[in-house]
Structure formats: structure tokens, C-alpha cells
Design a protein around this ligand. Sequence first.
Ligand code: APR
Length: 328
Amino acid sequence: MVKVTVCGAAGGIGQPLSLLLKQSANITHLSLFDIVNTPGVAVDLSHINTVSKVTGHVGNEQMEEALKDSTIVVIPAGVPRKPGMTRDDLFKINAGIIRDLAVGVAKHAPKAFVLVISNPVNSTVPIVTEVFKKHGVYDPKRIFGVTTLDIVRASTFVSELIGTDPAQLKVPVVGGHSGVTILPLLSQVSGTEKLSQEQVEQVTNRIQFGGDEVVKAKAGTGSATLSMAFAGARFTLAVLDAIQGKTGVVECTYVNLESDPEGGKAIKQVVGDDVTYFSAQVELGKDGVSKILSVGKLSDYEKKLFEAAVPELKGNIVKGASFITDAK
Ligand code: APR
């Protein structure tokens, strides 16, 4: 039995993500959890003629039923920023939502692989970690921040410039999942040697701030949902493949560097000991993280990007972790 639970399944990301997961023959039970509307979404999806059973669960009293026996829990739950709300107000609300869901997972699905989409991922993944530590169920190999949209955007934007098939082009993007913490390693992509330094800088900036293009185009009605759902489904299915024994699955994802102490140590040699979470190319196996790959050779420009990223990433990690550790 493979049960995948989506927390926040009625939302802008959650619904298309659930639709994409419903198409997988590898999922036997798709469980949709939210504080609103999941019964309707579940019945709608259940008419699609694929093997998975779909169930909808609403509110805290149905959380146990939603989560129990989950193989994977994907979390795109959250609230969008409303007028008058500061980023900090938004952080506190979303951090509280993630904390409560993480407590639910720790209690009802302690063996599940947890894939966090809710932003700010740089901070929400440390929140899940600290909650799991408190509940004695922490295994760093099974907690992931989904950064796949950065990879997807990088493939698209770089392909536009160098004229390759975006579906085939792999661009490693490491670091964190917002703004200057996003580190595209273009020097490692063949074909980019024909780009000028100016083009490299422009496309790097576009990858780092790609989310803003969507926010602007949606004119205040939301952020990336469809492309995020695509990326979330791709990562979920990659994790599932690895759990089910497929070898050679490598994805860029945001993990605690403790999940592979040896690989983590090599990353820390580049970014310093205080960076405890990092998105890197990670080899996935039956137990989750099996190996964190090194960041490889960096160009001088990429080294500068790393220098700018490290302080912000460190701050984001501390902010998330201390939301739990400093709570009374
Ligand atoms: N438990 C479960 N679901 C919740 C909870 C909760 N405690 N609180 C809110 N939700 C649900 C909402 O009811 C909604 O259906 O999460 C969903 C969020 O959907 P949207 O508001 O449409 O937001 P979306 O655009 O999908 O983004 C969600 O992902 O990328 C991030 O920054 C984004 O953090 C945000 C999250």
C-alpha cells in the first residue's frame, strides 16, 4: 500500500498537485487534508479512472484519519499574504500552520517521508525538524524541502537562451529556496559557455527571482501554483521511485546536512559550519537521503553568489528553528 497525503489539498497548489498525483499508478491511496473543501475535491478526483483511492478529510478532528499509515506527506498548506500583513506576520501564521501539521505527522505518521512546499522553505523545514526532535521521531533522511521549481525554472530559462530542449536540460540549483539564497550552477551546464557574463548574470537573477514574475503577472491574486504543483509532483514521484527501489534517483532538494554526515561535511567546507540545511543534489534511496553530492567546481561569479547567500540562509534557518525551540 502506498498512501500519499497532501496537507493543504484544497489550495492553489494543493489541487493541481493532487490531480497530477492521481495520474500515478504507483499511488494506491491519495488522502486529501485541508481545513476546507477536501470532500468535494476528493469526489471530483475520484472519478478519474486511475487505480488510487481518493479520500477527503477536513479539520483537526479528521487529521489522524488523513495521516495514519502515510508513506509520504506533502505539505503545501499556508495562507497568502493579505493587505496590511507584514512578511513577519505571514511567517508567524505559516510557521504555526506547519508546526501544527508537523505535530500531527509526528503523532500519526511518524515513519512518513515529509515533503515541505509551504514557504519560506528555508525556515519551514527547520520547523518540521525541531517538532520531530521534540516528539522523538526525527530522522533527517526523511525530511525534505521541495526546491524543484527552481530547477524547473532554470531548465526553462537557460534553454530559452542556449536553444536546447528544456525537458532534457539539467541545471543544478543549490543553496536555499528564496531570492539570493538560490544558487544556479550554470558553469556546470554544457552549452552555457557561449553565454556572455552579462547573460549569465541576467538569467541567474531571473532564476533567483522567478517567483516575482508570477506574483506580478497574477496582479495581487497569488503566487506560483501550477508550476509549483508540477514541480511538487515531480519530486514526490521521484521520492516514491527511490523508496520503491529504483536506483540512481538524484534530485536537488533542501535537507539537513546531518542526513549524510560525510556529504554534509563537504558542503560545510564550502559554506561554513553554521549552515545546517542546504539544497544540494541528493541521491535518494529506500530510506530517503542516501548521499549528498558535492557542489562541484564553482566559477568566480558563483563563489560571489555563495558569499551573498550564506548570511541570509543562516538567518532563515535560525528563524525557523527558534520558532519551535524558543516557544514556551
Ligand atoms: N491545515 C491544512 N491546510 C491548511 C491549514 C491547516 N492548518 N491552513 C491553511 N490550509 C490550507 C488552506 O485552506 C488552503 O486550501 O492551505 C491551502 C493553501 O492554499 P492557497 O491559499 O491557495 O495558497 P497556495 O498558493 O496554494 O500556497 C500555499 O505554498 O508556495 C507556498 O508560499 C506558498 O506558503 C504558501 C503555500
